[in-house]
Design a protein around this ligand. Structure first.
Ligand SMILES: [Zn+2]
Length: 248
């Protein structure tokens, strides 16, 4: 293989790896934000459960207050009963007592119901807290993994960068300039494989004599359509000399 073509292929692979690595690094903040959002959602469930418990407690306290008032009223009625002078008054106060007692009983039942609900809501707070705790540790682990991944990729990028420098310095100036010029116009992709008689990037079908030349890997042959430098990878299948037959 032409030494410069071999270097160009390796240079392109390094660039591709760098692009991929940078893309992964750039996606990390989004992945972190997704983890934070997951944790927020889980925390929100705890807050909501606590709020329901708190609301319920306030309702119960309001009922307890009414019960206390009703019981105070009942005591007053019972005192009045001692002081009544007539039968009619006696009957009237008795009636008030009966009404107040019925009301107090009803309120006591309500309070018991509220207490049962409070137990259920307390359980709900506990279970949402457990879920949150579990989510938190999982998310912290995932964040740590992402940080490690970032550090590894950055290290890899640094290695790629020095390797690339060395490779570029070994290339002839004209070849390097050609690479940079094509890469600049073609989203960083200057050297691509030709396979089965086609450019693998723009997919154009190459003239048979052009493809046969590429199969030799002895020169810098460019795609007629996208102008990229083409090479043949002998490790890939379907690399018999082109006869113009398009069957794969
Ligand atoms: Zn092409």
């Amino acid at each position: 293989m032409l030494p410069d073509l071999d270097r160009l292929i390796r240079l392109q692979r390094l660039d591709n790896a760098s692009v991929e690595a940078r893309r992964t690094i750039e996606a990390i903040p989004t992945r972190m934000a997704e983890l934070d959002a997951q944790l927020d959602a889980s925390r929100k469930k705890v807050d909501e459960a606590k709020q329901r418990l708190d609301d319920q407690k306030q309702v119960r306290q309001a009922v307890e207050k009414v019960l206390a008032e009703t019981q105070a009223k009942l005591s007053r009625f019972k005192e009045q009963l001692m002081a009544v002078k007539t039968n009619k008054e006696y009957t009237a106060v008795q009636h008030e007592i009966a009404t107040a007692e019925a009301h107090a009983n009803k309120l006591e039942d309500d309070i018991i119901e509220h207490m049962v609900q409070a137990d259920e809501l307390t359980e709900e707070v506990k279970s949402t807290e457990q879920v949150e705790q579990k989510d938190r540790s999982e998310i912290e682990l995932a964040r740590t993994k992402l940080e490690i991944e970032r550090a590894e990729i950055e290290q890899q990028l640094a290695g790629t960068s020095s390797e690339r420098e060395k490779l570029a310095s070994d290339l002839s100036e004209a070849t390097l300039r050609l690479f940079d010029s094509i890469a600049g116009q073609r989203q960083g992709l200057a050297v691509v494989e030709a396979r089965d008689g086609h450019c693998t990037v723009c997919n154009v079908r190459l003239r048979p004599q052009v493809f046969n030349q590429i199969l030799l890997n002895t020169g810098l042959v460019r795609c007629d359509s996208c102008m990229r430098i083409l090479y043949h990878d002998p490790n890939n299948t379907h690399h018999k000399l082109s006869t113009g037959d398009t069957t794969k």
